[in-house]
Ligand binder design. Structure first.
Ligand code: PMP
Length: 444
């Protein structure tokens, strides 16, 4: 059992009561790692240590922690209008936020549907895609296409389209979905930024699925512009453009899951803009409120929205929504978050910091066990060779050792992912790389 300091005064019964998400509960509860405060680039642990946040919490605290502007906006919203229902009622902040988001989004993605998480955004988008074809008089277009190693949250649509089999197999049959292969190709190892090889060929694999199922039966392809949760798997050059071409040619909607890439991680507001590819729907969450309040948002094109605007006016055009869709407090948090991105020019800062970040990560290329390094914007991954018979264990040991040495990272499989807040300083980037170097030189 852990010493009392690291338990923040929790009783064993309290520790047992919380069934923790995506956590080995027994492992955690025998050696708890608790955060009790956070400010700027740092967390404070229960035993009083300062830990540099090299993962933006979980890809979400892009502005760093404890932002007073967000706290103030949330507090005044709570005492002003704490809740507002749907079913033919609304509140102004939701409309102001939607317009502001639409102005940031690429092309004609001008209609914004709010929800509370990336998982809800994924399932909302998939339902919109199916309902769109039905509204257009093509109800047979229901099949969905995802990608191996894709992550779209944990609801049933998301785990079906998602390609992380571990997240699906425990739960019995999911939706019947076809999956494109992922784009992690050995010939692209140690690429800096977008990999050179295989883009068109990998995108053309969609033709196999179209040949198998018939484009007339396919509603949408959903992918992350780069796969985050699987360890920053980047699209080779030309891949996304080719997918767009094929989707357009075969009347298939293209959905970008930008839960990680949205709100600046690549240096542009959205990866769609960074990679110059226009999807029909974008899903977002995380950075929309800096992770401070749960929120997700789905961006749909004008064409999609207009297609739904038919039938009796008093009947909901889309029978979908959540009690907390467009929650006033989340909307207020998002408005304050967008102000900070803008006032502090933080997407530019990602661009400025990215070459330095790239250099620091790739300086680890010759350390033992390292088999690949990938990066784009302020997202990076260091892939380690798996120890025989113990997949995922080596990266876990590195990440837990980094935590002991004062740096918060994440592992996925045997990949260590790095995704710091946009306010990171150069010396902190160096600190992350040098700490990792020391650990890699020691780890078995
Ligand atoms: N999509 C992507 C691309 C994600 O990275 C995540 C979360 N890591 C989700 C969806 C799910 O978001 P949430 O955990 O907020 O449901």
């Amino acid at each position: 059992m852990a010493d009392l300091d690291s338990l923040a005064g929790l009783s064993p019964a309290e520790l047992e009561a919380h069934w923790m998400p995506f956590t080995g509960n027994r492992h955690f509860k025998s050696d708890p790692r608790l955060f009790v405060a956070a400010e700027g680039m740092h967390y404070t642990t229960a035993d009083g240590r300062s830990v540099l946040d090299a993962f933006s919490g979980l890809w979400c605290s892009n502005l760093g922690h404890g932002r007073k502007e967000i706290a103030d906006a949330v507090a005044s919203q709570l005492t002003g209008l704490d809740y507002s229902p749907a079913f033919q009622f609304g509140h102004p902040t939701a409309f102001k936020l939607a317009k502001r988001l639409a102005d940031m989004a690429p092309g004609d993605l001008n209609r914004v549907f709010f929800c509370n998480s990336g998982s809800e955004a994924a399932d909302t988008a998939l339902k919109i895609a199916r309902a769109y074809w039905r509204a257009k008089g093509r109800p047979e277009k229901i099949r969905l296409v995802g990608r191996a190693q894709g992550y779209h949250g944990v609801n049933f649509g998301g785990i079906s389209v998602g390609g992380m089999v571990g997240n699906r197999k425990t739960f019995g049959p999911a939706l019947d979905v076809d999956h494109l292969p992922h784009t992690l190709l050995p010939e692209n190892a140690f690429s800096r930024g977008l990999p050179e090889h295989g883009g068109e060929a990998m995108a053309n694999r969609l033709l196999d699925i179209i040949n198998l199922q018939g484009a007339e039966n396919i509603a949408a392809v959903m992918i992350e512009p780069f796969a985050g949760s699987a360890g920053v798997i980047l699209p080779p050059k030309g891949y996304l453009k080719k997918l767009r071409e094929l989707c357009t040619a075969h009347d298939i909607l293209l959905i970008f899951d930008e839960v990680i890439t949205g709100f600046g991680r690549t240096g542009s507001a959205f990866a769609a803009q960074e990679f110059d590819v226009q999807p029909d729907i974008i899903t977002t969450a995380k950075g929309i409120t800096n992770g401070a309040i749960p929120m997700g948002a789905v961006f749909a094109s004008d064409t999609i929205y207009e297609t739904f605007m038919q039938g009796p006016e008093h009947i909901p055009e889309l029978a979908h929504g959540y009690t907390y869709s467009a929650h006033p407090v989340a909307c207020a948090a998002a408005m304050a978050t967008l102000d900070i991105y803008q006032d502090e020019k933080l997407f530019n800062r990602v661009r400025e910091m990215a070459p330095y970040f790239e250099e620091a990560l790739h300086s680890l290329g010759s350390e033992s066990h390292v088999v690949d390094i990938r990066n784009y914007g302020l997202a990076g991954a260091i892939q380690l060779e798996s120890r025989p018979g113990e997949p995922g264990k080596r990266a876990m040991e590195v990440v837990l050792e980094a935590y002991r040495r004062g740096i918060l990272l994440r592992w996925t499989g045997d990949t260590i992912a790095v995704a710091p807040p946009f306010i990171i300083e150069r010396n902190q980037v160096t600190q992350i790389a040098e700490t990792l170097r020391d650990i890699l030189q020691e780890v078995q």
